[in-house]
Ligand binder design. Structure first.
Ligand code: SF4
Length: 316
């Protein structure tokens, strides 16, 4: 196998984007929010300062190489990050280079906190799809669920999304993550609906935490609450865990591939079995994981009836 990949992973199955080739332009768990439900665990680098964390040319080169080789296996190239990708200050430079070589659609998954700033909106104009989020109807709920960096003001986040809607010609999708007791009451849902109606995104999604959250006390709403939320918000439900194949080609070993994927995307026990089977490693999945757990490379966590494999360093 060839040298390991630094910025690109997958394709991995995504519930909204099909087979998604992930691109991570920022260091692990670098974010300006610290959402209670974050699957990456508690913030490690809690910052609101944009930087060119890695050379844009290096990132672009890796994307182009993988796109050429795996084009037919990919539905979207998705900038998703081990945190908030718009904290990378040169997204447009990367997109400008890769779009000339790679004809696949490009998506950005973002918390949307920085669209208030013109330079951030300009930086994302070359994407085909931007999937942002609104989990709160007010500053008070925003601070409880998303726990933003000081200086990020709820009204400005909404203002930024309204401006993006006007200036961005691609698809704008907005997702709302519901957490029991935080934003699933009728008043919160009505408030979120009002905001969504103003922004008028092309697609709306309602989701629930399906992977282990940063805070142990996070619970999913009751089924009847979810049902009325999805009707009230006129949104597509994303309630189930995703299934599909992980592509591990391009790593030095199956262990490297798994350690790389779980930094952005916790994997379930059943998925480890599939990956081992596909890569021809004739080792029992439990034995394989025990070795990784004993050497403090991963840890296991139960959530909603599934066992998930997380990086040992994740603060979950
Ligand atoms: S869920 Fe996204 S926005 Fe929230 S803390 Fe995690 S990476 Fe940041």
């Amino acid at each position: 196998m060839e040298k390991g990949l630094k910025y690109v992973f997958g394709p991995v199955p995504s519930r909204r984007l099909g087979r998604s080739l992930g691109v991570n332009p920022i260091p692990f768990k670098t974010c300006n929010y610290s959402c209670v439900y974050c699957q990456l665990g508690k913030a490690i680098n809690f910052t609101n300062t944009r930087r060119e964390f890695f050379p844009p040319g290096e990132i672009a080169e890796e994307i182009i190489a993988i796109c050429r080789r795996k084009e037919k296996k990919i539905d979207y190239v998705t900038f998703v990050g081990e945190g908030e990708p718009t904290l990378y200050s040169s997204l447009a430079k990367i997109l400008d280079t890769v779009r000339k070589e790679c004809k696949l659609p490009f998506a950005l998954i973002t918390n949307g906190a920085l669209f208030y700033y013109k330079e951030v909106r300009e930086d994302v104009l070359l994407f085909d799809v931007i999937l942002s989020k609104i989990d709160a109807p007010s500053e008070r709920v925003f601070k409880r669920i998303n726990r933003p960096h000081r200086g990020i003001v709820f009204d400005r986040v909404i203002e930024g999304l309204l401006l993006l809607r006007k200036e961005f010609s691609g698809q704008l999708w907005i997702e709302t993550m519901l957490v029991k007791g935080l934003n699933d009451d009728e008043v919160s849902l009505k408030g979120i609906k009002k905001i969504l109606d103003r922004i008028n995104p092309d697609r709306r999604f309602v989701s629930i935490p399906t992977r282990p959250p940063a805070e142990n006390w996070v619970k999913i709403p009751e089924p009847d609450v979810l049902f009325s939320a999805f009707k009230m918000l006129n949104a597509e439900p994303i309630y189930t865990v995703e299934y599909g194949e992980f592509d591990i080609e391009g790593f030095d070993s199956v262990e490297d591939a798994i350690l790389s994927i779980i930094r952005r995307h916790p994997i379930r026990m059943d998925e480890i079995k599939d990956i081992l089977g596909k890569s021809g490693v004739s080792m029992d999945a439990r034995e394989f994981l025990k070795r990784l757990v004993d050497s403090k490379k991963v840890k296991l966590r139960e959530f909603m009836g599934n066992t998930y494999i997380l990086p040992y360093s994740a603060r979950i």
